[in-house]
Design a protein around this ligand. Structure first.
Ligand code: PBG
Length: 349
């Protein structure tokens, strides 16, 4: 024994380090695996041709025009990434967001282009109003249009009208389905959105399309860079009347249970890393539905900025966050790091 006393060895009832002795043991005993097939890659699509705009606060992430999507689809497929989630930047914005459900809207064009280029690449679409409305809010607002008073005089001025918004969301979801989307993902935290979209899809003959519900979406400061990328920042006010208070966990389980009951096929928690406890609780409470976590724009920006400054080792820290998100209970991860992470996973084995 190298221990000069000899006797201390007997009080060590376990030596877990035995199983960490070398890379082969560690690899064989790793409890959580992350792989390309876990990833969903977000794409921002814009009008125009030859557009590949890097987003200032998200180095390495681009707004792309439709003609760029074929190459993008091929590179994602080659990397083994099975799915994308689409966000569109429309040509014009108005109070309702008419391009959101137009046949030749930017997202509808993108779906068709991606499906033509790579039919097996799953296309998920974000179903929300904020990128399309001139006020940047996620629904129809209870405001006077000058000529007429506000539509619901009993509800507060500027209130985001829930049921009027559902009527638009259902049109958007059906329009995405008609263009060929595989999964629609309502992201506005509008009450009853899953049930309304399910009914509308079924009526339109799309009973086979799944709904990924952004069931638990916090009113988070981490969406900042996304609002630059998708040009969907609210012109006034914020989203606290519909997105969740970051302080609440029990309410998250209520949201998840409601969406499950309304017929959601997959649930999402967003953001990811600051809400690992919520991922864990949702996974344990509703184990029958697959769970998706969204590592959002601010999480990417934070890691990327530190990496570019040489303050963090990027591959190692990013893979650590993705592993943590899966360990907490997520089955799939939406991440701007998807493509880079696949490369790092291949290097690290
Ligand atoms: C709403 C939507 C947002 C994000 C995804 N869908 C923005 C918001 O709610 O303000 C944020 C994603 C990210 O930050 O990466 N359409």
């Amino acid at each position: 024994m190298s221990n000069p006393e000899g006797e201390n060895a007997s009080i060590l009832i376990g030596r877990p380090r035995r199983l960490r002795l070398n890379a082969a043991l560690r690899g064989m005993l790793r409890e959580t695996q992350v792989s390309a097939s876990d990833f969903i890659y977000p794409l921002f699509v814009v009008h125009g041709t030859g557009v590949k705009n890097e987003i200032g606060s998200m180095p390495g992430v681009f707004q792309l025009s439709i003609d760029q999507l074929e190459a993008e689809a091929r590179s994602l497929t080659a990397l083994g990434i099975p799915a994308v989630i689409l966000f569109g930047v429309p040509a014009h914005k108005d109070p309702v967001g008419l391009e959101n459900f137009a046949d030749d809207g930017i997202v509808q064009q993108a779906i068709r282009a991606l499906k033509a280029a790579a039919p097996q690449l799953l296309v998920i679409t974000d179903v929300c109003l904020c990128e399309y409305t001139d006020h940047g809010h996620c629904g129809i607002l209870n405001v006077s249009d000058g000529a007429r008073p506000r539509p619901e005089p009993n509800l507060p001025d500027g209130y985001l009208l829930n049921d009027e918004t559902l009527a638009v969301l259902t049109k958007v979801a059906v329009s995405h389905a008609r263009a060929g989307a595989d999964i629609v993902a309502p992201s506005g935290m509008i009450d009853g959105a899953v049930a309304a979209i399910r009914a509308a899809l079924d009526r339109a003959g799309f009973e086979h399309l799944a709904i990924l519900s952004y069931a638990i979406k916090y009113a988070s400061g981490f969406y900042g860079p996304f609002r630059e990328a998708a040009q969907g920042a609210p012109k006034f006010g914020d989203r606290r009347s519909h997105q969740m208070d970051p302080a609440n966990a029990r309410e998250a389980l209520r949201e998840a249970a409601l969406d499950a009951a309304e017929g959601a096929d997959l649930l999402m928690v967003k953001p990811a890393l600051p809400y690992l406890d919520i991922i864990r609780q949702t996974h344990d409470q509703i184990p029958q539905l697959p769970l998706v976590a969204y590592q959002v724009s601010g999480e990417y920006a934070m890691l990327k900025a530190a990496a570019l400054n040489g303050w963090l080792e990027e591959p190692r820290t990013v893979l650590e966050t993705l592993t943590a998100i899966k360990r907490a209970g997520a089955d799939l991860i939406i991440t701007y790091y998807a493509k880079q992470a696949v490369g790092w996973l291949a290097e690290n084995g």
